[in-house]
Design a protein around this ligand. Structure first.
Ligand code: F0G
Length: 462
């Protein structure tokens, strides 16, 4: 390329104002939200990086598609447009729409698992894990060794440990009904998985006669990493890579709120007729008729267009570069992040950044509060608040104390990102003064969404 500036490959046609707040207003808002950013009102947030899921901006072509939405209950034209797009990209015979990713997981695990089973994955996302465990099965994470360390550099840090997969299959005959790989690996830092690794996992699963599924939420971002990092793929387009990747699998679950570029939706797709029949039966019970699966016709149209837009090389180049740009700025400022940069988010390493705060005082959580107080930025803790609470009520510190800044698709511009970097650099000057928090009230599970917190030193976060 002749010029090195990578621009947002779109122009803005509709704008949504965001509201500046004063520090005093933010202090009052976070106090009213019990020091939990999930309990803030969206309007009180300036830059919302809580998630990249369902928060993206749709294109004119998606909106135009929505106007064509066919709301026929059964056999709607919009379903066939959606089915055609999913089939074209994934190649799977059966395409089952769902209202979002976890609904696809719920239906698939119901159709395939029984108590005592084991499901290996490079790393389960929380809802996938919860759905596997809900069936009485064990969700087994098998990341490669490099995946455990935020600082180790590896081009495909999301890869699965294939020797471990082989061992699990060999040692547990009849107990592994499903092998999954999550692309990209969200819980591990948005790290990609190589085609070589997917091919290897697929071959092992086939050798043992076990179906192999992809959790494909960020399949387009993964395809871009393969294009840019894996030998032999520089001349292949993202859509060609995506097709080759899906061809190695027997099916997939998908949240169209990520690389479907939609605000809601998902799907389940597979080749096996009998599994598809079982899934469709449950779908009718829980989501809706098989040609709409809990979605409106216009949602199906938005996804049918969005899946292709997510694979556009100009879009992917800009998207992945933006995260890398942020990570480079952090490295220059000496702010520790998970390395290398992932696909959809920047992960701050709170354990290294705030070594004076022990896990029991939740450094990542405290950091998420400081980001809000100092800059109106909302980010999610992925650490001991999210993972520390054990089913028996005890506490176990998480492996990593991370704060995830996830980037909505096509929503924020370069200057928003420069602002976020400036706030982070300012927070760096306060780092040694940041204090921990304690929990004053919490539910029995998934506490990060609703728990109430207080600063350890009353009124003082930093
Ligand atoms: N799988 C992965 C890898 C995910 O990241 C998510 C959602 C899901 C499945 C579930 O999809 O939300 O449509 O039901 N991740 C969001 C996030 C919530 O913020 O990372 P869903």
């Amino acid at each position: 390329m002749k010029y090195k500036t990578i621009i947002e490959p779109f122009r803005i046609k509709t704008v949504e104002p965001i509201r500046q707040t004063t520090e005093a207003e933010r202090a009052a808002a976070i106090d009213a939200a019990h020091y939990n950013v999930f309990l803030l009102r969206g309007e009180d947030v300036l830059i919302d990086l809580l998630t990249d899921s369902g928060t993206g901006a749709m294109s004119v072509y998606q909106w135009a598609g929505m106007m064509k939405g066919d709301e026929t209950y059964a056999g709607a034209r919009s379903y066939y447009a959606f089915e055609q797009a999913v089939h074209d990209i994934t190649g799977f015979r059966h395409v089952i729409p769902t209202h979002q990713g976890r609904a696809a997981e719920h239906i698939l695990t119901g159709a395939m698992l029984k108590p005592g089973d084991i499901v290996p994955n490079n790393r389960h996302f929380d809802t996938t894990r919860a759905n596997v465990e809900h069936r009485g099965a064990t969700a087994l994470d098998l990341p490669i060794a490099e995946g455990h360390d935020p600082q180790t550099l590896h081009p495909f840090k999301g890869n699965m440990d294939l020797d471990a997969l082989e061992r699990v299959l060999r040692d547990n005959p009849g107990k592994v009904p499903l092998v999954m790989i999550t692309v990209t690996n969200n819980s591990g830092g948005g790290q990609p998985v190589s085609m070589e690794n997917i091919r290897g996992a697929s071959a092992i699963a086939r050798r043992y006669g076990v179906p192999f599924y992809l959790d494909a939420c960020r399949f387009a971002e993964n395809s871009w990493f393969v294009h840019t990092r894996e030998p032999g793929y520089a001349d292949r387009t993202p859509i060609e890579i995506a097709r080759a990747m899906f061809a190695l699998a027997d099916g997939c679950t998908m949240s169209a709120k990520k690389d479907g570029m939609a605000n809601i939706g998902g799907f389940l797709a597979m080749n096996d007729d009998a599994v598809a029949q079982r899934c469709r039966n449950t779908l009718i019970l829980t989501e809706g008729f098989p040609t709409y699966g809990g979605l409106a016709g216009y949602d199906l149209e938005a996804i049918a267009v969005g899946l292709y837009e997510a694979l556009d090389p100009d879009y992917l180049r800009y998207r992945i570069r933006m995260v890398e740009y942020m990570a480079e700025k952090m490295a220059t400022a000496g702010i520790p992040t998970v390395r290398p940069a992932g696909g959809h988010a920047l992960y701050l390493d709170a354990k290294r950044w705030l070594p004076h705060i022990p896990a029991s005082e939740f450094p990542g959580w405290a950091l998420s509060l400081v980001l809000y107080l100092e800059g109106g930025i909302r980010a999610a803790e992925i650490g001991s608040v999210m993972f520390g609470q054990q089913p028996d009520g005890t506490e176990r510190p998480a492996d990593l104390e991370l704060v995830r800044l996830a980037f909505p698709r096509r929503v924020y511009t370069q200057s928003h990102m420069d602002y976020v970097c400036e706030v982070l650099m300012h927070v760096n000057t306060l780092a040694s003064r940041i204090r921990g928090v304690r929990i004053i009230e919490q539910p029995a599970a998934l506490r990060h969404f609703t728990a109430k917190f207080a600063p350890l030193v009353p009124g003082v976060i930093a």
